[in-house]
Design a protein around this ligand. Structure first.
Ligand code: ZN
Length: 384
């Protein structure tokens, strides 16, 4: 018998649009029809709620909520296609319901869109369905997929890894996180870090077996901040946490306090360079390269540079010279006013043409006017 029944659930009462969850014809659903119905209704609820805040989704399995939130972020906007100009082009289809232990099920769900005779796959997800009274709740399979991994706890940080871990990096990560959080007045943040080889490996562990958005890519870092915990999946050649970058850690900790789009980007980068170097090089090494390649030109006008960026190389990486100048200003401000001053400097808001707010704040913090800027920056470089 061919089974194909789009199930339409009304969520109008919740103020959201009704959607279809399709059941792939021919899949083996639980034999108990009541259990099957509970499973499908719960899943439809989970998918519907996936578009809202993660913490507001009542169908998330609480014991593994952090791991599940990483996957839930991948459901946001999943139905929309910009090329076909359709908010609901892709629709979910349940493709597999395989029984596990203790009444759980392994589910596979694909989001498919139909254009003429061609069906287009946006993404495929794995989920673990956990029975909960007359409902089911859902989790990423990350915990299950990494149940034989090792763990390392240091301070407020918990690392999960498969074979070996650069514990020196883990310790540095924990210490720097505490220092940045302390400066940013955002103490008590716990860290959960999953160390993965690359994006393909990480996606599979997490339960995203395919997403068209990531085709052709192999590297990324995914993170979720929730209720005083930051959970990260490192998928940038970091199975052993060999490639720890304090520069990126600064950006990550700042983003837990304020959106990086709300602060001045050059000051944010200046902090990242001063506190964490860049591309694996220390701040001192970056400064040396800057002096050799940029500050060697005595005709350099630093105010002009702010409007028309110039770059210098470290290895195969490009660095903006203005970010290094900002790092020197951050250093000076911190020496004079502590981090409070740096925080003020960050909070001048997003960059604007001419950088009027940047110069105003600099004048109030260091007494450097826009007119004096070029000469004062030269002094800072000479002292550095
Ligand atoms: Zn940066």
């Amino acid at each position: 018998m061919k089974r194909f029944y789009p199930l339409i659930f009304s969520f109008l009462a919740l103020g959201v649009q009704a959607r279809d969850l399709q059941i792939n014809p021919g899949i083996r659903l639980p034999k108990d029809s009541l259990e099957a119905s509970h499973l499908i209704q719960s899943l439809a609820g989970f998918l519907e709620a996936s578009q809202a805040e993660n913490s507001a989704n009542p169908y998330v399995w609480p014991a593994e909520k952090f791991e599940t939130y990483l996957l839930l972020d991948e459901f946001k906007g999943i139905e929309a296609s910009s090329s076909f100009k359709d908010e609901h082009f892709y629709q979910p289809q349940l493709c597999n319901v395989a029984p596990l232990e203790e009444g759980q099920y392994w589910l596979q769900i694909s989001y498919l869109g139909l254009k003429g005779d061609t069906s287009i796959l946006r993404a495929s997800f794995d989920l673990i369905a956990h029975p909960d009274k007359d409902q089911f709740k859902f989790a990423s399979p990350l915990k299950r997929n990494t149940r034989h991994w090792k763990e390392y706890k240091v301070g407020k940080s918990l690392f999960f890894y498969q074979d070996s871990l650069y514990t020196a990096h883990a310790i540095q990560y924990d210490q720097l996180s505490s220092r940045f959080d302390g400066n940013l007045k955002s103490e008590n943040k716990a860290n959960i870090v999953y160390c993965c080889e690359n994006l393909i490996a990480m996606e599979r562990l997490l339960g995203l077996t395919y997403k068209i958005d990531y085709n052709g890519y192999n590297s990324s870092v995914w993170a979720v901040n929730e209720a005083g915990t930051k959970i990260m999946a490192l998928a940038n050649d970091n199975a052993s946490f060999e490639n720890f970058d304090p520069h990126d850690l600064w950006h990550a900790r700042l983003s837990m306090v304020i959106s990086r789009r709300a602060v001045d980007h050059s000051v944010d980068e200046g902090c990242a360079y001063f506190y964490g170097g860049s591309w694996g090089l220390s701040w001192e090494e970056i400064l040396k390269a800057f002096k050799e390649q940029v500050a060697s030109d005595s005709a350099m006008d630093w105010r002009e540079l702010k409007e028309k960026p110039q770059y210098f190389q470290t290895g195969e990486h490009r660095n903006s010279a203005d970010y290094v100048v900002c790092a020197l200003l951050v250093q000076e401000i911190e020496a004079k006013h502590g981090f409070e001053g740096v925080w003020e400097f960050l909070n001048i808001g997003p960059r604007e043409k001419g950088n009027a707010k940047f110069y105003q704040k600099l004048e109030s913090l260091l007494g450097i006017s826009a007119e004096e800027y070029n000469a004062k920056v030269w002094e800072l470089i000479e002292q550095a």
